[in-house]
Ligand binder design. Structure first.
Ligand SMILES: NC(=O)c1ccc[n+]([C@@H]2O[C@H](COP(=O)([O-])OP(=O)(O)OC[C@H]3O[C@@H](n4cnc5c(N)ncnc54)[C@H](OP(=O)(O)O)[C@@H]3O)[C@@H](O)[C@H]2O)c1
Length: 255
C-alpha cells in the first residue's frame, strides 16, 4: 500500500495558506511528508510559513485577479502536485442590497470560479496518474439559503455540489475528492465577514479532522460545534432550516 506522501505528494497546493484553516492544514500535511505550495495574498505570512515548513514554496497571488490566477497556474504546471486544497474563501455579512458590488463579485470569483478552475486543473493533471486528491472547503451554510449571508451561502452551495458530484465522477480513477463543511471556526473569517465573535471550533482541530478524512471519506463535517449544528438542522425541513439560520446569523451581525 502506498504511503500518504506517495499518494498525495511530493507537493500539495494549499490556497489560503497564510492564515486559519489553510495554514493549519499546510502544517499537518507537511508533517505527513508532503511539501507544500503555499498561496495567499500576504507574502510576509507565506514566507514565515515557508521557513517553518522546509521544502515549501510560497507564491503570493490574489486569486480574484485574473493575472495572478494565470501566473499561479503557470507555476503549478511545473510542479509535481498530488493534492489540491481549495481553501481560500471569504464571506461578508449583511443584506445583499447593501453589499459592496466589487466585493460581492470577488466572493463569487474566489469561492466559485476559482474552485471550478482548480477542479478542472486537478482532474486533468491527476486523473491520468490515477492517484492523489482534492479537498474543497464548503460550509454548514451551504445546506440552505441563509439570510444576511445570501451570496456566501450560495457560493458554498456551489462548492458543496461540485465536490459531491466529482467524488462520484472520479471514484473509479482513484483520485479522492473530499468536501469539508465546517460550522463556525475561530479564524480570521468572522472578522473579515464583519460578524460578532461566536462559539466556534478550534481551527487546528478542524484542520486535523479534514486531513484525517483525506482518502477515507468524501464528506466530512469537522469540529464538534459544526457537527452539533449540522445534526440539529438535519432534523428540520429545509424551509424551517432557512428560517432558523436566518435568525442565528441575524443575531451575529456586528451592531
Ligand atoms: N471560519 C469559519 O467559520 C468557516 C466556516 C466554514 C467554512 N469556512 C471556509 O474555510 C475556508 C478558510 O477560511 P478560514 O476560516 O481559514 O478564513 P481566514 O482565516 O480568513 O483565511 C482565509 C484564507 O484565504 C486567503 N484569501 C482570502 N482572500 C483571498 C484572495 N482574494 N486571494 C487569495 N487568497 C485569499 C487568505 O489569505 P490572504 O489574506 O493572505 O489573502 C487566508 O489565507 C474558506 O473557504 C471559508 O469559507 C470557514
Amino acid at each position: 500500500m502506498k504511503s500518504f506522501a506517495e499518494n498525495y505528494g511530493p507537493y500539495a497546493l494549499v490556497t489560503g495558506a497564510s492564515l486559519g484553516i489553510g495554514r493549519d492544514m499546510a502544517r499537518l500535511l507537511h508533517a505527513k511528508g508532503v511539501k507544500i505550495v503555499l498561496t495567499g495574498r500576504n507574502l510576509e505570512r507565506l514566507k514565515a510559513l515557508e521557513n517553518e515548513l522546509p521544502g515549501s514554496i510560497a507564491i503570493a497571488a490574489d486569486l480574484t485577479k485574473e493575472d495572478d490566477l494565470q501566473a499561479l497556474f503557470k507555476q503549478i504546471d511545473q510542479i509535481d502536485i498530488g493534492l489540491v486544497v481549495v481553501n481560500a474563501g471569504f464571506g461578508s455579512a449583511g443584506y445583499l442590497a447593501d453589499q459592496n458590488d466589487q466585493e460581492a463579485r470577488d466572493m463569487l470569483k474566489l469561492n466559485c470560479e476559482v474552485s471550478l478552475r482548480l477542479a478542472m486543473w486537478t482532474g486533468r493533471r491527476l486523473l491520468p496518474q490515477k492517484r492523489g486528491g482534492i479537498v474543497f472547503l464548503s460550509s454548514i451554510l451551504a445546506m440552505q439559503g441563509t439570510a444576511t449571508q445570501a451570496n456566501y451561502s450560495a457560493t458554498k452551495a456551489y462548492v458543496q455540489n461540485l465536490a459531491e458530484a466529482l467524488a462520484i465522477e472520479w471514484q473509479p480513477s482513484g483520485v479522492s475528492v473530499l468536501c469539508a463543511s465546517p460550522g463556525p471556526v475561530a479564524t480570521g473569517f468572522a472578522d473579515r465577514a464583519q460578524l460578532s465573535p461566536m462559539d466556534s471550533d478550534d481551527s487546528s482541530v478542524v484542520a486535523k479532522e479534514i486531513v484525517e478524512a483525506i482518502g477515507k471519506k468524501s464528506l466530512v463535517v469537522p469540529g464538534r460545534k459544526g457537527r452539533f449544528l449540522t445534526f440539529m438542522l438535519s432534523t428540520a425541513p429545509r424551509a424551517l432550516r432557512v428560517k432558523i439560520m436566518a435568525g442565528i446569523m441575524r443575531d451575529k451581525l456586528k451592531k
